[in-house]
Write a protein that binds this ligand. Structure first.
Ligand code: HEC
Ligand code: HEC
Length: 461
């Protein structure tokens, strides 16, 4: 137990219980959604274990793959997050009359960089003249994003804010019957996937080599079927039902769908940088708010979320990754959702903005925005340094949990070490832009017993 809990705990709990004020603690990154039923919560925890468990060769790993578990790449800020491991895509650039070639027959466009034996190792074929790194995107809040109605995103594509023109990427969902209408893609750097289950089945096959009820055959190393036969000894599909009838891809899906969205603190609508972010056109693509529609679980249905993305494809000029995926062209990328931004280890699709300094990395990510985002970039460039700093402080609130004073995504004695000397009592003493504001739970410009009471609650959950 932490020192704070031992100290003032009981007395403060009395203070807090008298002061509801309609405020609630946010889930931390990696936590389950609030409001799940006990049965759904069980599915979250079982799913989390399956998502993070290394797959064995006997269970179907490989023969070619990128890692042994979903969690080995998705781990920053909690299991399911982004990560420092990335993947490679390759292809052959369009040339004259011939369009971009993903080199399917040679194992493209995704490289499987590892193999269960050296003999079946895949490599980038010499004919490939386009290669790109794809950084790992986080899966926080997936169920909520999935629950944004297609109609909402289509309306945004058909009636875009001034100066931008996003495209809804229409793609198939594996779980739909044949000939069902395509859905609006929203996951992945090119919005190439519409649902969590489809992404899980795809990643199971392509990242782990786990064939499943939707994707029933393993990838052949550089397309070489003889090599696949020689290297693969597990019968397909390798995934199948557990004792409760859930396949591994269903378990992984449960976990991701029930993951809470990333936290944001100080709260939306309070920081100086936010209206500036809107004015200079960032919000034209990085749409702050959506409402979810109907969903199978109450915890996902009719919620307001703040992903800071329109989930549409935009021509970002030279920032595009040169790969064609579905309708997503070389220069088109999905607006990267900015929620949880500070949990990310690098920015942009290839992770190029990664100096480890948040302000510098954000500035360099903005500097690389081209195409449709050029006007917004120019408006950013024209800001005073003070306004730029304010926007950065606002972006730094995306992914921040209240009371995480040392910024390590956890609440520990270290946070208490910083917070204790900041006690002001009930006298307004600082603004929402100040570092102390992270621990001003009720946002009234002081750190008093009310905030300490909430801190105690936050630490004892
Ligand atoms: C080798 C690292 C790696 C492994 C292993 C991996 N992923 Fe990913 N994941 C990525 C990368 C890279 C992306 C971005 C891919 C893209 O858009 O091209 C991604 C994106 C995703 C997304 C999309 C999130 C969004 O909104 O953009 C989901 C969902 C996902 N992965 C689920 C999984 C699941 C489930 C597994 C395990 C079966 C898994 N991943 C295994 C690297 C990995
Ligand atoms: C025309 C649409 C558009 C506008 C306007 C726009 N962005 Fe983006 N933004 C994108 C796209 C698309 C990406 C993904 C780029 C890539 O693939 O690397 C992105 C990526 C980012 C990233 C990197 C996030 C990550 O996870 O890697 C940041 C930060 C960002 N934008 C901030 C801003 C800010 C700040 C502004 C305003 C100055 C802005 N953007 C304006 C479309 C836009």
């Amino acid at each position: 137990m932490n020192r704070f809990g031992l100290g003032l705990g009981c007395a403060l709990f009395l203070v807090v219980t008298g002061l509801g004020q309609g405020l609630e603690l946010q889930p931390r990154s990696g936590d389950p959604l609030p409001g799940l039923t006990p049965a759904e919560l069980d599915r979250f925890w079982i799913g989390r274990a399956v998502f993070d468990a290394p797959l064995s060769v006997a269970e179907g790993l490989g023969p070619i793959m990128n890692q042994t578990s979903c969690g080995s790449c998705h781990s920053a800020g909690g299991i399911g997050g982004a990560g420092s491991i990335s993947v490679m895509r390759f292809g052959r650039a369009a040339n004259g009359m011939s369009p971009f070639d993903p080199l399917d027959s040679l194992g493209g466009s995704l490289l499987q960089a590892q193999a269960i034996s050296i003999a079946c190792q895949e490599s980038i074929p010499p004919v490939a003249d386009v290669t790109t790194i794809r950084a790992t995107t986080p899966t926080f809040g997936m169920g909520l994003v999935e629950a944004i109605p297609d109609a909402t995103l289509l309306a945004l594509a058909n009636n875009p804010p001034m100066g931008v023109s996003g495209i809804a990427h229409m793609v198939p969902a594996f779980e739909d019957p044949p000939n069902a209408p395509l859905r609006v893609g929203r996951f992945g750097w090119k919005s190439q996937v519409p649902t969590t289950l489809t992404f899980s089945a795809d990643a199971a096959q392509n990242e782990l080599g786990l064939t499943n009820r939707f994707l029933t055959t393993d990838n052949a190393p550089n397309g070489n079927q003889a090599l696949l036969l020689a290297c693969d000894s597990v019968a397909d599909p390798e995934d199948g039902p557990d004792a409760q009838g859930f396949h591994k891809i269903d378990r992984m899906t449960d976990f991701q769908r029930f993951l809470a969205p990333p936290p944001q603190f100080p709260r939306a609508g309070t920081m100086q940088g936010e209206p500036i972010f809107n004015q200079i056109g960032c919000a034209s693509c990085h749409t702050p708010t959506f409402n979810t529609g109907p969903a199978p679980e109450a915890a996902l249905a009719y919620k307001t979320i703040r992903p800071y993305s329109d989930f549409l494809l935009h021509d970002v000029g030279a920032l595009g990754d040169g790969i064609v995926q579905g309708q997503g062209t070389e220069r088109e990328m999905r607006t990267a959702p900015l929620w949880g931004l500070r949990l990310r280890l690098s920015f942009l699709h290839d992770g190029r903005a990664n100096q480890g300094d948040f302000a510098l990395d954000i500035a360099s990510a903005i500097a690389d925005h081209g195409g449709e985002a050029s006007a917004s970039r120019a408006a950013w460039n024209a800001l005073s340094q003070a306004d730029k700093d304010a926007v950065i402080r606002f972006l730094d609130s995306l992914g921040r949990t209240e009371f995480d004073q040392d910024g390590d995504f956890q609440l520990t004695d270290f946070d208490w070490f910083f917070i204790e000397p900041m006690f002001t009592g009930p006298t307004p003493s600082f603004t929402v832009e100040s570092p102390q504001a992270v621990s001003d739970f009720d946002g009234d410009g002081d750190i008093d017993l009310i905030d300490f009471g909430w801190l105690q609650r936050a630490m004892s959950r």
